[in-house]
Design a protein around this ligand. Structure first.
Ligand code: ATP
Length: 319
């Protein structure tokens, strides 16, 4: 192969820029030329593409978001649209495509592979829930951002004897809630992996209160319940004062942590190496402590497993 293209797709995640930089510079180091596709799969349809050299990815490693922009391009599920994208890549003599994104973005990459375009996926999503890897770029930064926020909210919760409910991202997976809850010393974490028992939450809080614990932190993943539901239930069924903070996009932004930038670089190297070895149509990932590449059809067997032991430990230590 001589020329590759790179795009970012789905929700932005800190470390995506570090991954673009890694792909671009490592590919150039290996003698390839690189094009950047703007706004994910949308850019393949709008033919929005620009050459990338070493300098064009300078000063981005420390930046959150993605300088190539990203998009949710819903029409990309249509076979006709995918065909058009594949034809565009061929017309530009692009031999392979690196996609940085989550599960949905991987589906798009698989579709292009079936049309004869070699693809490789780098996991980039803050939620951590993706097949083919036990780690996704952006997760560590998001957890640290939540931790920082909870530490600040905790000051007020403690000073005013309040229950602080913090709603975090995670529609299908509670990894952000679990890890930020553990790190911030939350009393309760609510995640989609466990049915929410509002009554048990209240009993827990009242018991803590009777043991002179005057303030509590609850971290709730949006997929388990809304923060409003939790606060309203506590207010209705106890005498405790509860306040809600919805962190929202704060969690997606900011400079990547050291870990995310390092993983982005390692994943990028693997992605380019895999293409050069002709073992494409796979997702790069971290398994054990190794960076591996797994064919799309086998990726289902690998994922970040919800740590029940950690979940129990949060509640054992949180009181
Ligand atoms: P995140 O979960 O972090 O937002 P993601 O990659 O899972 O990342 P999605 O919005 O699910 O985000 O998908 C991103 C894009 O991938 C979609 O907008 C669409 O362009 C493409 N895509 C998603 N699903 C498919 C599919 N089944 N076939 C082809 N393309 C798809």
């Amino acid at each position: 192969i001589n020329k590759i293209a790179v795009l970012t797709s789905g929700g932005d995640a800190p470390g995506m820029n570090a991954a673009i930089r890694g792909v671009t510079r490592y590919a150039i180091y290996k003698g390839l030329s690189v094009e950047g596709i703007v706004r994910g799969y949308g850019g393949l349809l709008d033919e929005d593409i620009k050459p990338l050299d070493r300098r064009s990815v300078g000063e981005i490693i420390q930046r959150g978001g993605t300088f190539l922009r990203t998009a949710r391009c819903l029409e990309f599920i249509e076979p006709e649209v995918q065909k058009k994208a594949a034809e565009f890549l061929r017309s530009r003599q692009i031999d392979a495509l690196v996609v940085i994104g989550g599960d949905g973005s991987m589906k798009g990459a698989e579709a292009l592979s079936r049309l004869g375009i070699p693809t490789v996926v780098i996991p980039g999503t803050i939620d951590g829930d993706m097949v083919g890897t036990e780690y996704t770029v952006g997760f560590d930064t998001a957890v640290n951002t939540v931790l920082d926020s909870v530490n600040k909210i905790r000051d007020t919760a403690y000073s005013h004897d309040r229950v602080a409910v913090i709603e975090v991202m995670g529609r299908h997976a509670g990894f952000i809630a679990l890890y930020s809850g553990m790190a911030s010393g939350a009393e309760i974490v609510l995640t989609p992996e466990h049915p929410v028992d509002f009554q048990a939450v209240c009993s827990h809080l009242l018991e803590s209160h009777s043991m002179n614990k005057m303030s509590s932190i609850i971290v709730v993943a949006e997929g388990a319940a809304t923060g409003t539901e939790v606060v309203d239930y506590i207010k209705e069924h106890t005498y405790l004062q509860a306040n809600l903070t919805v962190l929202g996009y704060v969690q997606r932004g900011g400079s990547p942590s050291a870990y995310d930038s390092i993983m982005a670089g390692r994943f990028a190297q693997k992605a380019v190496d895999v293409l050069l070895e002709g073992k494409y149509n796979c997702v790069v990932g971290s398994v054990g402590r190794q960076v591996v590449a797994t064919p799309y059809e086998e990726a289902d067997k690998i994922r970040f497993v919800f740590d029940e032991g950690l979940y129990n430990l949060v509640h054992q230590l949180g009181r």
